[in-house]
Design a protein around this ligand. Structure first.
Ligand SMILES: NC(=O)c1ccc[n+]([C@@H]2O[C@H](COP(=O)([O-])OP(=O)(O)OC[C@H]3O[C@@H](n4cnc5c(N)ncnc54)[C@H](OP(=O)(O)O)[C@@H]3O)[C@@H](O)[C@H]2O)c1
Length: 247
C-alpha cells in the first residue's frame, strides 16, 4: 500500500512543514486529516487541497489535550473509514539560555513537543494494535541529535521523541503489530517557527541563520512522503535534512 488512499492524520498542519506535507500527500492521493489550533488556516488549507482534487478534513486540535487527539483520529475514521498514519509534527521552539529561566516556555515545550507526541501515539495505538498495521512519524530536529546553545529544553524534547519512536518500532516488532515509525530531523527550514522566540539574542541569531541558508518546507514533505510510500515490510526510520548551505 503506497501513499495513495492512505488516511494520514497530521498535527501542526496549519503552517510550515505540516501544511507542505498535507498538500504533497494529498496531491499523491492520500486522504489527509489536519489538526492545529488556528481554524481559519486549517479551513483554507483543506479548501485548497480539495480545489486541487485532493481529499481533506480538519478539526481544531490542541495537542496538549489527549481528547483532542482522540477526536482527530475519530474524525479520520468517520470521514475516510480508517487510520493508517499519524504524523506528529506540531511543535514550538522558544529557544533561550537556561540562565534566563523562562520556565513557562520550558513547560510549554514539554507539553507540546513531548506530551503532544505521546497524546498522538496514545490516540492511534489501540487501532494500530488491533488492525496490526500503522505508521507513526514524528518531527524531531537536528537539536534532537546534537546539542546547541539555547536549545537546552527544546533539544531535550526532541531527543526524547527520538527514543520514543525507536522504542515503539522495537516493541512493535516484538509484539508483531507491524507498526512502522520514522523520525525526521530538520535543520533550518523557513516556516513560522521563529516567530515565537521571546529571547532577543536567540531570535536574532536564528533569524540571521534562517535568512542566509533556510530552505522551504517541501523538503521535509518529500521525506515524509518517501517514508509512507515504502512497502509495508520496510521501515525507514531516520531522516536528517539540512540545507546544502548550512554547516
Ligand atoms: N522549521 C525548522 O527549521 C524546524 C527545524 C527542526 C524541527 N522543526 C519542527 O518542525 C515542526 C513543525 O514546525 P514548523 O517549522 O513547520 O513551524 P510552524 O510553521 O510554526 O508550525 C508549527 C505548527 O505546530 C502547530 N502547533 C503549535 N502548538 C500547537 C498545539 N498546542 N496544538 C496543536 N498544534 C500546535 C502550529 O499550529 P497552531 O498555531 O495553529 O496550533 C503549526 O501548525 C515542529 O515540531 C518543529 O519543532 C522545525
Amino acid at each position: 500500500m503506497s501513499v495513495e488512499n492512505k488516511v494520514v492524520v497530521i498535527t501542526g498542519a496549519s503552517s510550515g512543514i505540516g501544511e507542505a506535507t498535507a498538500k504533497l500527500l494529498a496531491k499523491n492521493g492520500a486522504k489527509v486529516v489536519l489538526g492545529a489550533r488556528r481554524e481559519n488556516r486549517l479551513q483554507e488549507i483543506s479548501q485548497d487541497i480539495k480545489e486541487n482534487g485532493g481529499q481533506a478534513a480538519y478539526r481544531v486540535t490542541d495537542v496538549t489535550n489527549p481528547d483532542d487527539l482522540k477526536a482527530l483520529v475519530a474524525l479520520a475514521k468517520k470521514e475516510f473509514g480508517a487510520i493508517d498514519v499519524i504524523y506528529n509534527n506540531a511543535g514550538i521552539m522558544p529557544t533561550s539560555p537556561i540562565s534566563a529561566l523562562k520556565t513557562a516556555e520550558w513547560n510549554m515545550m514539554i507539553d507540546v513537543n513531548l506530551k503532544g507526541v505521546l497524546n498522538g501515539v496514545a490516540a492511534v495505538m489501540p487501532d494500530f494494535t488491533t488492525q496490526k498495521h500503522g505508521q507513526i512519524i514524528t518531527t524531531s530536529s537536528v537539536a534532537g541529535l546534537k546539542s546547541f546553545i539555547g536549545s537546552g529544553v527544546y533539544g531535550a524534547t526532541k531527543f526524547a521523541v527520538r527514543n520514543l519512536m525507536e522504542v515503539i518500532r522495537m516493541e512493535s516488532a516484538k509484539e508483531q503489530t507491524n507498526i512502522r515509525t520514522a523520525t525526521v530531523y530538520p535543520a533550518a527550514i523557513n516556516t513560522e517557527l521563529l516567530q515565537h522566540i521571546s529571547d532577543e539574542s536567540s531570535k536574532e541569531g536564528m533569524d540571521k541563520l534562517y535568512k542566509s541558508v533556510g530552505i522551504t518546507p517541501d523538503a521535509i514533505a518529500r521525506v515524509v512522503n518517501f517514508a509512507i510510500d515504502q512497502p509495508e515490510d520496510v521501515n525507514v526510520n531516520e531522516f536528517t535534512v539540512y540545507p546544502t548551505k548550512q554547516g
